[in-house]
Design a protein around this ligand. Structure first.
Ligand code: ATP
Length: 559
């Protein structure tokens, strides 16, 4: 992962936001390469799901033919949207603060953070007296016990081990039956929950953590000049609600009938307590969401269709099968209104082997969202919570009162549609494709000697630059011909012209940027107007007529 992070900065994929001021946690900027990569991912999603969608035929796995369309709604919406959607009351994480260093942690992340080397490093500060003594030497368990009983109680009162010293000692004696353990292993054992029931220490300093409490993840702001309760507004934590509240507008203004999917790509904001793992958990990020409206009798079939279709989409863009899983949620994990939810998860390299991180969730949401916006926020039995009043005596969860149901134009049946929601993260997707693309292999350098090269094997549709054009040397009319090719290709794709340095080095730079094709103008081009085209992955070079280059690149990109 460190290599990927370094490449992202070096080659202009990703930068920390406001870096010259020391950065701001949880916010990331895309550089010249990153912006193209992410745009290509969003375009591929929009093209495949919406624009090029075949609405005339029944697609394999689909119960019937269906339509797709899009909207672009605002980030700030009427605050009632969030009250009825449930986000105002329920969109929170449990948070813990440290009594000693005051740092904040997401409660369900504390255990995970404990295994990280940065935690081990900071914990080390507190147990330095013991570990310095013991570094790389066999340790004496009785000595460890004395240290825990005396010193550790003061320097690291939250250490899991301290809460049950006899139990811990018994376990550590078994774990290190031979009596030898490295300092690093020892630190991990000291901090690990040992059965899970003991209090976990602060991952930053080893101090005591306060009991978990709720923390709402929505960013708040105010509309207008007065910072009053009535003017309070929220930055959307998901794009989905913009689709639900526009469902009626779309139906009334178009000739679509159900089944219909309405899609949106846009920024969402969550005040994540512990943003981490590069862009995986950011505070500002982009989502690509579809709300698919259908008849309740068919919603289970549609759920399965979308789950499988979305999984296949990642595979078609080059993700390896063994790094991607479709995880169906257990019934106990499902929201009360849902008959199914599945996550598409990717084996991000920052996770321990065998663990996967969510890329996209596909949820069967029943009629929950449309009904909430009609009737007000629903309770767990799907009854509107109309009676709750706010401080001014107004109903707190009043719905819009609008009829958001649908009347079938053929059967005349009236119903509240069910919704299937495939909800993907554009930034998490971009990160996964960056990780997936990174390869190190052996390739000959400019002197023909085999060297390790870093190559980003992006699917050609995702590659930020589609082709690079080089004159072999900066003279003899070669730059003129290369520029001619460059200008012809530039009308269609993002391409790059480079005449500086040895050609081998120019190839390497493009390999690192993931450019699938390099076109070189050489001495022979001057005679017969043919050029070489080099394939990034196979390293194969073939000669083709320069006048057919636009068709050739087009053909290769469509493969
Ligand atoms: P997590 O459990 O990882 O917090 P979630 O289940 O809350 O994610 P959803 O609400 O289902 O996520 O959001 C849909 C998608 O939006 C996720 O699959 C992910 O790709 C993306 N996403 C959600 N939160 C973030 C974030 N903080 N940073 C980047 N992408 C995010």
């Amino acid at each position: 992962m460190d290599k990927i992070v370094a490449l992202c900065k070096r080659r202009g994929f990703l930068f920390q936001s406001s870096e010259i001021y020391g950065g701001i946690n949880g916010f990331w900027d895309y550089g010249p390469m990153g912006v193209e990569l992410k745009r290509n991912l969003k375009n591929a999603w929009w093209e495949d799901m919406i624009q090029a969608h075949n609405d005339l035929d029944v697609l394999p796995g689909a119960p019937e033919a269906y339509s797709m369309t899009g909207i672009d709604s605002t980030i700030i919406m009427h605050p009632q949207v969030w009250k009825c959607s449930g986000h105002y009351d329920l969109f929170h994480d449990m948070m813990q603060s440290c009594q000693h260093c005051k740092k904040l942690f997401r409660a369900d992340h504390v255990a995970g953070l404990l295994t990280e080397s940065e935690w081990v490093a900071s914990l080390k500060k507190h147990v330095v007296e013991f570990t310095e003594l013991k570094e790389a030497v066999a340790f004496e368990p009785n000595e460890l016990q004395r240290w825990l009983e005396k010193k550790a109680k003061n320097v690291a009162p939250g250490l899991a081990a301290i809460h049950d010293i006899p139990g811990f000692m018994e376990r550590i004696r078994t774990a290190v039956a031979g009596g030898s353990v490295s300092a690093g292993e020892l630190l991990q054992l000291l901090g690990s929950p040992l059965g899970g029931s003991l209090a976990l220490p602060c991952p930053a300093c080893g101090g005591l953590l306060n009991a978990p409490r709720e923390f709402n993840l929505m960013f708040q702001t105010y509309t207008g000049a007065l910072q009053s309760e009535e003017n309070m507004a929220f930055l959307r934590p998901e794009t989905a609600q913009g689709i639900f509240v526009n469902f009626k507008n779309v139906m009334d203004s178009s000739r679509y009938s159900l089944p219909l999917g309405i899609a949106q790509i846009g920024k969402s904001f969550r005040n994540e307590i512990t943003p981490r793992n590069f862009t995986f958990r950011s505070r500002e990020f982009e989502q690509m969401e579809i709300e698919f409206f259908c008849h309740p009798n068919q919603s289970s079939d549609w759920y399965r269709y979308w789950r499988d279709r979305r999984m296949q989409w990642y595979l078609d863009l080059g993700m390896r099968k063994d790094r991607l899983i479709l995880r169906e949620h257990e019934t106990s994990e499902l929201a009360h209104y849902s008959v199914g939810t599945a996550d598409i998860e990717y084996a991000f390299p920052f996770l321990p082997p065998g663990e996967f991180g969510e890329l996209e969730g596909i949820a069967h949401r029943g009629d929950f969202d449309l009904r909430s916006h009609m009737e007000g926020k629903l309770d767990e039995k799907q009854r509107p919570l109309k009676v709750q009043l706010n401080e001014n005596g107004q109903p707190k969860y009043r719905g819009s009162g609008k009829d958001l149901s649908y009347r079938d134009p053929i059967t005349n049946e009236k119903y509240i549609p069910h919704v299937i929601e495939p909800s993907a993260g554009a930034d998490r997707g971009t990160l996964a494709f960056l990780c997936e693309a990174y390869y190190e292999d052996q390739a000959p350098d400019e002197n023909g000697e085999m060297q390790t090269r870093v190559v980003m094997r992006f699917h050609p549709r995702l590659a930020p630059i589609k082709a690079a054009i080089f004159p072999l040397v900066k003279k003899d009319g070669m730059p003129e011909l290369a520029k001619e090719i460059y200008l012809a290709l530039k009308k269609h794709w993002v391409v790059f012209y480079d005449e500086k340095g040895a050609v081998g080095r120019r190839y390497r730079r493009q390999d690192e940027a993931g450019t699938p094709y390099c076109i070189t103008v050489d001495g022979q081009t001057l005679q017969d107007r043919t050029v070489t085209i080099r394939d990034r992955d196979s390293l194969e070079q073939v000669r083709i007529p320069m006048d057919g280059i636009v068709e050739e690149i087009g053909k290769r990109l469509r493969r």
